[in-house]
Design a protein around this ligand. Sequence first.
Ligand code: ADP
Ligand code: F6P
Length: 464
Amino acid sequence: MSRLVVVSNRVADPRKAAAGGLAVAIKDGLQQTGGIWFGWSGKTVADASVAGSQNSVHKQTVGNVQLVTVDLSQQDYETYYLGYANNVLWPVFHYRLDLAQFDVSFGAGYRRVNRLFAQRLFPLLKPDDIIWVHDYHLIPLAAELRAMGCVNPIGFFLHIPVPPPLIMAAVPEHEWLTRSLFAYDLVGLQTEADVKHLVGYAEAEAGAESHQGGYLRAFNRTLRVGAFPIGIDVGEFAALADGREGVDMFSRMREEYSRRQLLLGVDRLDYSKGLPQRIHALRYLLEHYPENRKRATLIQIAAPSRENLGAYDDLRREMDSLCGAINGDFGELDWMPVRYIHRNVARRRLPGLYRASQVALVTPLRDGMNLVSKEFLAAQNTADPGVLILSRFAGGAEQLGEALLVNPYDTHGTAEAIQRALTMPLGERIERHTALMATIRKYDVHWWRRAFVDALKEAVRRTA
Ligand code: ADP
Ligand code: F6P
């Protein structure tokens, strides 16, 4: 059986519970076949001659799986990770050209690190390994590996959205990025809308020909493009909800908020997540449905993220100010509309928090999938479930039609949806939740991994 080799910017130690659903799925896949998980160590080293050299490669063996990570230099971190990945590709792919900074040194750093990863990975590969590369940090990795003579099957999964063709075309290096994509055998995206955008872009900008079954032909290569919506490990999450810390969190929250209805937001503090818009909608709700004053509380957990980037700093200031203002304007001695927490919550405690909440506000302006929406559903009490309010611009909206779908730019419409969720009868809540659970169980993270790997093998067979 072929080994699986997974490459991603961050490598999680799958033995740790905090690692999350993706790590669990990847661990399962790797353990079945044996293999490697390769990526950045998350560390930078001051001595640039050590960074990226053999001395900065760390290897750890866990059963039949090797975790291999590489340290980067400060300059590589700034140009590859902060620069090209998070100051160019992240904003552009989330439709935010206004936030992108097209600095030439970023592109150079991005190429350098992708080449470095390929150089460190290539000697570890065996002839029949299947390689699975993840996310926007590593688009050119396959092209770098191919240039070294790698002929293994290589698949790529993009966790973030694909914007419409003309937005993609604004990236100065877009032609090079597209050519790099064609070094893969399969490109997996989160939604059918993303597939439409990528195919439209490749046809218009790279003269690609479309063939049946999602195959594209350009640059003398054939690439399959398909939608593989990522799921969660529903079983793992339900078990966490019933675990000691999950139950403890649930009981504490229910006790503390026994006379209140809880609204919950759990996000990284990122401008794609629609956090200011969410606070505006809450303000509108309190103004127009005053029965919610002294009754509904939004707990907004916003995990610090990419703090060295200006746009994230601006967002932090904006959120501090909006939350301060709404609490100042509406708060009472014994009630505040928002509890805003700029911190991570331990993964084991999250399910208890989800279960204690009547409504989840998952209202990104644009999101690849959004796993929080699925985690909230999995953690609910099936006999008395909460209501999911989901942005129609989250990838998950293509699958989760029984949620209350909103346009987060529409303050009035979002506030109406919150009111509807807070007053939804039990029968309707159960009906919606049952349908949503059937979907997330069927398309869980194990389905996602199997579907992607099978499609990769099939794509290689078809084009051999
Ligand atoms: P993204 O990949 O953009 O961060 P997702 O919703 O797809 O968004 O995934 C986020 C993951 O991180 C989820 O598994 C969620 O539980 C976790 N997470 C997000 N915010 C927090 C937080 N504040 N504390 C703890 N975990 C968080
Ligand atoms: O979903 C996009 C993503 O970049 C993931 O790859 C990553 O795990 C998450 O957001 C957190 O971002 P970062 O790795 O930049 O901290």
